[in-house]
Design a protein around this ligand. Sequence first.
Ligand code: NAP
Ligand code: MG
Length: 481
Amino acid sequence: MSRPEWVRDRVYIGGSWVPPHGETYEVENPATEQVAGTVRTATPADAAAAIDAAKRASAGWASTTPQFRSDLLHALSAALRERVELLVETLVAEVGTPVQLARSSQVGQALAVLDSYAELLPAFAFEEQVLHTRVLREPAGVVGAITPWNYPLYQLMAKVAPALAAGCTVVAKPAELTPLSAFVVADAAEAIGLPPGVFNLVPGPGSEVGELLSTHPGVDVVSFTGSVRVGRHVASMASTTVKRVCLELGGKSASIVLPDAAIEHAVSATVSNVMVNSGQTCAAWTRLLVPYSELDTALATAEAVAHKHVVGDPREIDTDLGPVISAAQRGSVLDYIDGALADGADLVAGGTERPDGLETGHYVRPTVLTGLSPQSRIAQEEVFGPVLVVLPYSDIDEAVTLANATSYGLAGAVWGSDAQAFAVARRLRTGRVDVNGADWNPSAPFGGYKQSGNGRELGRWGIDEFLEVKAVQMPVSNGSP
Ligand code: NAP
Ligand code: MG
């Protein structure tokens, strides 16, 4: 089942495929536990060569017009669209995402983000006049992009598209667990004739290649998506060279069902949201807050909806949940569930048993828990598995307090009348709130309050991450500069 595109012994530096000097890494298919492909990894020396290539390409790329860069982003999008089937298969194999979701979310949302930047660029305000000052927003330089394994193509695109749009050049380091989709981006970049060095790909261990990107004086911005633990470490390493660090970290988002909401719809949507990509979604609504008076209805609904989710082979069209990414991740998710049960939580659905008939693969049952303290570990920490915690509240003030009472603040949902839900959304210390299941918007900012991060991706906010601001003061003569 392996494809030739899943065996990679070169990395992409300065517009050429060059042999790197690291070890060959086996990419596991988490559904079969078999080797899906192999990647020869980069060493810090290879990554340094990529940074040099990006630096050499920097001035030329920065001097192109927004229209030129927009045309190339459109071309990149077209080249990736020619490779959609390969991308879908790759993401099913390396992440274990069910094929329908891989198509709509892993690939579809990545392309939507890329297209949004191609469209936004021609009208983007790179310059403005403030009294006698011309304010220039200029490319920050070389961007180091460090991405995780849960939505590898999307997360890469949420950095590469705005960075290229801004006029920056990029050195990308995908997660070792899921490097294969990033190679398809490099293939597409080569196919469209993106100037050499504008996009470079150096897969390799975070502790080596990631650290090099974070410390190297030739990198101007590190854009990092991943865990709080590693994000903190990246920021502290980057402080030596005072480079800019944009962090997109974890979450423990709340879905608040207000007393006037259509409870069954809200609960059902929340359960489904948590189960997307087997719970490995940073913005997942992993805490469901319901009024005490509605708790029984909420639990009955959550149990029924969890049971309807089909766990199985991600290549099957009817599968809702594939495996989690690795044996270690499965172990960690099961530990959270075991710990909660040991603390007296009630199991509403799921649990630590293997799903029926799935003896191979890192599968976890869609799990719903209740009867635990909002301060308990599983109600505070990011599980990154298909696990929902249901917490009752007595009034709206308590719901808001509970929603805000974690160290995270990435996303959230509110259900109820639009006006009341909007008023509650204002009170949440979080970067994004979906009211009544509103659609995803690829041009709206995404990022975290508190320990969920300090950056904003997507839309014009995503470009700002990669721009420096220069004030050119012009002498005032005859009234105007
Ligand atoms: P992770 O362990 O923090 O890894 C993220 C990236 O950092 C990987 O490419 C990793 O490389 C690299 N890395 C590891 N150690 C490093 C080091 N010492 N220096 C520099 N880079 C290093 O996170 P993960 O387990 O892959 O992903 C899950 C986490 O990402 C969750 O917490 C999730 O919430 C978060 N996430 C956040 C967002 C968001 O937009 N806010 C989106 C998706 C996911 P290797 O793994 O290859 O070693
Ligand atoms: Mg990791």
